[in-house]
Write a protein that binds this ligand. Structure first.
Ligand SMILES: O=C(O)C(=O)C[C@]1(C(=O)O)C=C[C@@H](O)C=C1
Length: 372
């Protein structure tokens, strides 16, 4: 045997051992990928790879090979990741696309809530509708939907108290706001005329917003319904020329009704503010509006003490709403919206200062202020 042949025989023997070790190592990696599939883990574990590289270096006798052994293991782990990906495919575990969020709203297609949904989400966003506000909250709690779209206040008629109370009851958060322009029309069957109308259906807000117009028709019976769009749907299905609905132009289109009298809302500059409700606080990086909820001890100057903290921070208050605290006579829960320049970083110290004063304050939203 020449000298070269002797070296090659030695290499052959080491390669035989290395191939056997390679096979054993990859068999273990296949078992690892089964574990990963069962536990929803990614194949690439960058932290673990760093550890493997460091150990390989430490195990060297001759540190001269430091870079080389790292390269060797880097390549080997690339191979083991390839084997693991093949194995995942064999097991039928495909990399799942992130599921798009499902959004819930109250009412039917053509409601202002659906318009708000379309302003905040994609036109093809998966959506579900519910008959009542509370059913939207229940669906969010159970995980059936990821967000709920709910009206919180109207520019002419004020707050929608039921939604404030549900926010507190379910302990949810505000992820976003949108303003929907509200134009209420008097809708009826195509064959109907003003003289035919005897009954008008709408949501309480629809009646409230059209007070001056309705005052001109005292003989009309006003029948409150769940939602303006459901009222339009009902009039359409009833096929009765004596019935009319107060609802949007979109509802007229969707349910084949005609606009008997357009824009009957008293306040022509009429907007409804909708909130996008989520189960957890989802502060936006560029937030310039925050919403807070706090309960106050029943003592003189309690509200002043809270507002002083905001005044000290030169923070403008946009809205303050009080609601009776559940189960406590004459105690109130306050909801406040503030305009902030620096989002969360400005809000958090104030929340802490309030806790320091014994005020149970909670940040329920940090989002981008919309202009109506
Ligand atoms: O430890 C793991 O998670 C493995 O799957 C093994 C292994 C490796 O070959 O050592 C493979 C892929 C990972 O990125 C990290 C390490």
């Amino acid at each position: 045997m020449t000298e070269l042949e002797q070296y090659r025989a030695k290499i052959d023997e080491l390669d035989r051992q290395m191939t056997a070790l390679f096979e054993q190592r990859m068999d273990v990696c296949k078992r690892v990928v089964q574990y990963k599939a069962q536990n929803g883990m990614e194949i690439l574990q960058a932290g673990r790879e760093d550890v493997v590289l460091q150990k390989a270096r430490n195990n060297l006798k001759d540190q001269d090979y430091g870079e080389d052994i790292e390269e060797f293991y880097r390549q080997m782990m690339k191979i083991s990741r390839g084997i693991q990906a093949r194995e995942m495919e064999r097991m039928g575990v495909s990399k799942e696309e992130p599921k798009p969020a499902v959004v819930g709203f109250q009412g039917v297609a053509g409601s202002f809530s659906e318009e708000a949904l379309l302003m905040a989400f994609a036109p093809d966003q998966p959506r579900r509708n519910y008959p009542s506000f509370e059913e939207v909250f229940v669906a969010l709690k159970s995980g059936e939907i990821d967000y709920g779209v709910l009206p919180i206040e109207n520019s002419s008629t004020g707050s929608i108290n039921a939604v404030y109370d549900l926010l507190m009851k379910y302990d949810f958060y505000i992820a976003q706001e949108v303003f929907v322009p509200v134009a209420q029309h008097l809708l009826a069957l195509p064959a109907a005329s003003m003289e035919d109308i005897r009954e008008v259906y709408s949501h309480e807000q629809g009646f409230e917003q059209s007070r001056a117009f309705l005052a001109q028709h005292p003989d009309w019976k006003q029948i409150p319904y769940h939602n303006t769009a459901i009222s339009a749907q009902m009039v359409s299905q009833a096929g009765d020329v004596h019935k009319a609905a107060i609802a949007s132009g979109r509802a007229a289109e969707l349910y084949g009704l005609k606009i008997l009298r357009p824009t009957i809302n008293t306040e022509k500059h009429n907007y409804t503010r909708f909130i996008i409700v989520a189960k957890a606080l989802q502060p936006q990086a560029d937030a310039n509006k925050i919403s807070m909820v706090f309960t106050l001890p029943n003592e003189p100057g309690a509200l002043y003490g809270v507002l002083k903290e905001f005044a000290k921070g030169d923070i403008n208050m946009l809205k303050l709403e009080s609601r009776p605290a559940p189960g406590k006579t004459w105690e109130y829960v306050f909801y406040a919206d503030f305009e902030v320049a620096h989002g969360l970083s400005q809000a958090q110290p104030i929340v802490q200062a309030l806790w320091g004063q014994g005020v149970a304050a909670k940040l329920i939203g940090a989002y981008k202020k919309q202009n109506q």
